[in-house]
Design a protein around this ligand. Structure first.
Ligand code: GDP
Length: 195
């Protein structure tokens, strides 16, 4: 997709703040630092629209980015984020759950994992949870540039086995550094948003 316009819209802490213009939404879930903001920046070919982890704060918000007045990317940061209290974590979990289950505009969840390592417990729970509720999922294994090409398939196998990956879902190998997987991911996104 040719991105002509991309803007940060809101860092929402409450559902009333979610945009109400009914554009399709693509959510990105994954642990802090896995590379969600970098992935958004690479997809929209902007250096730094989505905040990367070096920017503090915003870790417990839904960050909305509007692309071409056509879709939203919604960065859902924070699971596995250590520096919050149990109560905060529970509140945040409830907000994510509500968003994932009830948001009508949500068309696809990108579950972003690190290709270098087996998915974490949190990744596995998120994958199982999304599956249980029959949410549309695409797993994105990012940071592929950090692994030699000869080992890609081996790492993909570990990611799939650890997640107990289901063939009906899609999996894209990605690198925000090189742009690998960008076209494939866009075409998957478009297949879910242009129904
Ligand atoms: P977020 O917390 O999930 O939004 O993660 P960020 O996008 O902020 O990325 C965390 C760190 O990983 C940053 O230092 C990024 O530069 C780095 N990073 C993210 N994606 C990639 C990638 O595909 N390749 C490489 N080499 N580094 C990456």
């Amino acid at each position: 997709m040719k991105v002509n316009q991309a803007e940060f819209v809101i860092s929402a802490v409450r559902p009333e703040q979610y945009p109400d213009d009914a554009l399709p939404e693509i959510a990105l879930a994954g642990r802090s630092n896995v590379g969600k903001s970098s992935l958004i920046n690479r997809l929209i070919a902007r250096k730094n629209l989505a905040r990367t982890s070096s920017t503090p704060g915003k870790t417990q918000h839904l960050n909305y980015y509007r692309i071409n007045d056509e879709i939203y990317f919604v960065d859902v940061p924070g699971y596995g984020y250590a520096k919050v209290s149990k109560t905060q974590r529970a509140e945040w979990g409830a907000m994510i759950e509500r968003y994932m289950l009830e948001r009508v505009g949500l068309k696809l969840v990108l579950l972003v994992v690190d290709l270098r390592h087996p998915p974490s417990k949190d990744d596995i729970s998120m994958y199982e949870w999304l599956q249980h509720y029959n949410r549309p999922i695409c797993v994105v294994a990012t940071k592929a540039d950090k692994i030699p090409r000869s080992r890609w398939q081996k790492h993909i196998k570990v990611v799939k086995e650890t997640l107990n990956f289901r063939q009906e879902h899609q999996l894209v190998m990605f690198s925000s550094e090189t742009g690998m997987g960008k076209d494939e991911l866009w075409s998957i996104i478009q297949s879910y948003t242009h129904e």
